[in-house]
Design a protein around this ligand. Structure first.
Ligand code: CUK
Ligand code: CUA
Length: 640
């Protein structure tokens, strides 16, 4: 115990050293900047980037879209958070997206995006991302770049080992970081050990629509499930999860959860469990969770509260789950493109551990076990080990693959990216990162076919890389060219929120299916004003529905009378434009629901509850035409 505590504090000391060198005034690129770097990131005006990169926003709850190699930010896609820029989470149509069993939760902590795949290759249809805090998984439609669906994950807390997907997008997986009582109940915290559960949720994705549904929850022992990765190729059908806190400590975690020499990677044969549940296995449990779906034709989300979930006890399905001992609180869990190697990065280990899928199967076949934990067989470390990358750096976190036999592991404490060879385990290159890198990303790095041209490091500490902007800096990404033998640092660019991970895809795979216009003729919104004749005002008790249209450069109607203090006024605004990229905005004085941004063909609704008598203006917030400043109107509010 002593030993590891010392190692841990020793590492912290080195971390302080490494990060403090950023304080010495002027930054340096580290001397590794290659010649011609500028040319290789330069995308001329009017030209397009080669890749899209989707960065998680961390505590912004959103996703940001960047181009590579330019590092230009194209868009922020609202997912789990209210977004004043376009009224997401404020408009009546989008509020249901943020509904949960805890009520309306307009925020989350989004960590890991993953792009859908077909036959182990990126297909660019959807991107999934997890909400850690109030456990949720979102699906974003990559034809519209809009959040299409959010499903809450019950019996779970700290939905961290998500949202990774299997090679035909059969499942998106969600694993709980915090073990919790299942079902939730009033019980002493000290009774954690042996009583809390770690739910691993397998959420099926419908092949055509992408619609998510929790197929089953595997009720694992109460460890912390940190990260996960699907098997692929030969290991398709398996999923791997790193665990820490196999000590099952519930207090003073930084000491008490770091006692064991090895924690586990849990290998889950989901095909076997799928078969088991398809044959009627498992137990249906009451569980409340929201399922929110956005419809592109009504332009409206609906939220349904589900009442039960199918759970599976892993000890009831022989051969379904094994534990692979892995040193020192492994964080990242990454499977290489061939599906053979499972890399477990022990945060507090000085070596990288690589397991072999083939050896794992052989050991299982021979039933060579080293005891069990809660009825789950533990394999022998030596029997599943493929190799060790010896002393590559300090504080390994995450590994990416270039598809050319190389792996790239981030080291938080020694603040660097280390390139090493699969099979020989030798370190072949290293580059410093500025500073303290978390994840790295290679476009397609989670698939069988990575595009090994660029590597992005997502750095936790920015310090002196940009002009100071007060005590809080945006985070920083760095772009490396990895097409040659050595990594070359090309470029720094700031990122928004706290990107934990990113997913990249060749631009050409998305451009072909990109949607530019919602057709007015396909608008099925119940309050749409599709033609000039459809605009009207309807009163129903205190509710007033205004069917309003907008087209350059006026609102219809633009003078509204007959409204009283205490009314609920719904402005249902249809943008009748049918040109690409001509949105109109709508803002009302004193409205607490932010504003709307209505794209062509769409209808969106702002609820306004007038509090004061008077004549109150509204206007278009998006500079849409030469007569944008004329896009305005008045509402007369009379006493109740
Ligand atoms: S975690 Cu953040 S650096 Cu959420 Cu993927 Cu490792
Ligand atoms: Cu419409 Cu400005």
């Amino acid at each position: 115990m002593k030993k590891y505590t010392n190692l841990y504090f020793g590492l912290l000391g080195i971390f302080a050293l490494v990060t403090s060198c950023g304080n010495q005034g002027k930054s340096s690129s580290g001397g590794a900047l290659s010649s011609g770097a500028a040319e290789r990131v330069y995308v001329a005006p009017g030209e397009y980037d080669e890749f899209y990169a989707f960065f998680s926003g961390g505590y912004t709850g959103n996703l940001t879209v960047y181009g590579l190699p330019s590092g230009r930010m194209f868009k922020e896609i609202p997912v789990f958070s209210q977004f004043p820029t376009n009224g997401y989470g404020y408009s009546e149509e989008t509020k249901p997206m943020l509904n949960t069993s805890f009520g309306f939760v307009p925020w989350d902590d989004a960590h890991h995006p993953d792009i859908s795949q077909t036959n182990g290759e990126l297909d660019g249809r959807w991107i999934f991302i997890n909400g850690n805090n109030t456990p949720r998984i979102a699906r974003i439609d990559l034809t519209t770049f809009e959040t299409a669906e959010i499903i809450e994950v019950p019996n779970s807390a700290g939905n961290h080992s998500s949202s990774f997907i299997t090679e035909n997008t059969e499942y998106v997986v969600a694993g709980t970081r915090f073990a919790v009582p299942v079902p939730q109940r009033d019980m002493p915290i000290k009774d954690y050990k042996g009583n809390f559960k770690g739910a691993l949720s397998f959420i099926s994705v419908a092949p055509e629509t992408g619609r998510m549904d929790i197929k089953f929850q595997l009720m694992m022992p109460g460890f912390n499930y940190d990260l996960s990765h699907p098997g692929r190729g030969k290991s398709h059908g398996w999923f791997f999860f790193t665990t820490y806190n196999t000590e099952e400590a519930n207090t003073l975690m930084e000491v008490n959860s770091s006692q064991n020499d090895k924690d586990f990677i849990a290998a889950v044969n989901w095909k076997k469990i799928e078969e088991y549940v398809n044959n009627g296995g498992g137990t249906i449990m009451p569980a409340e969770y929201a399922h929110n779906v956005y419809d592109d034709h009504t332009h409206t989300a609906t939220s349904t509260m589900k009442k039960e979930v199918l759970t599976v006890d892993p000890t009831k399905v022989p051969g379904a789950v094994y534990f692979l001992p892995t040193p020192k609180s492994p964080h990242g869990c990454d499977v290489d493109p061939s599906g053979e190697y499972i890399v477990g990065n022990g945060k507090l280990s000085s070596d990288l551990t690589v397991h072999s899928f083939t050896r794992m199967l052989e050991a299982i076949e021979k039933e060579k076990f080293d005891g069990e934990a809660y009825g789950i067989p533990i394999l022998k470390f030596e029997d599943v080990l493929a190799g060790v990358v010896s002393q590559p750096g300090l504080g390994p976190l995450h590994t990416e693959f270039d598809g050319k036999g190389n792996a790239y592991t981030t080291f938080f404490i020694s603040s660097e990216v280390v390139k090493w060879k699969l099979g020989t385990w030798e370190v072949v290159d290293r580059q410093p990162s500025y500073y303290s890198v978390g994840h790295g990303m290679i476009p397609g790095g989670n698939s069988q076919k990575p595009f090994g041209k660029y590597y992005i490091s997502m750095n936790k500490i920015t310090k002196d890389r940009y002009l100071p902007v007060g005590p809080e800096m945006e985070h920083s990404a760095q772009l490396y060219d990895i097409s040659g033998d050595k990594m070359e640092l090309l470029y720094d660019f700031p990122t928004h929120g706290e990107p934990h991970y990113a997913a990249g895809i060749p631009a050409e795979k998305l451009i072909a299916n990109s949607k530019k216009i919602f057709k007015l003729s396909e608008n099925k919104h119940p309050y749409a004003a599709l033609t000039a004749n459809d605009t009207k005002i309807e009163r129903d008790g205190k509710d007033v529905h205004i069917y309003m249209s907008t087209i350059r450069s006026h609102f219809t109607p633009d003078n509204i009378e007959g409204i009283k203090v205490g009314d609920k006024v719904y402005f249902h605004i249809t943008n009748q434009e049918q040109d690409f990229d001509v949105p109109h905005g709508f803002a009302m004085i004193g409205a607490t629901n932010a504003e709307l941004l209505i794209v062509p063909g769409q209808t969106k609704t702002l609820l306004w509850e007038p509090k004061k008598v008077g004549v109150w203006p509204f206007y278009c917030t998006d500079f849409c035409s030469a007569l944008h400043q004329e896009m305005q109107g008045y509402v007369r509010v009379s006493p109740a």
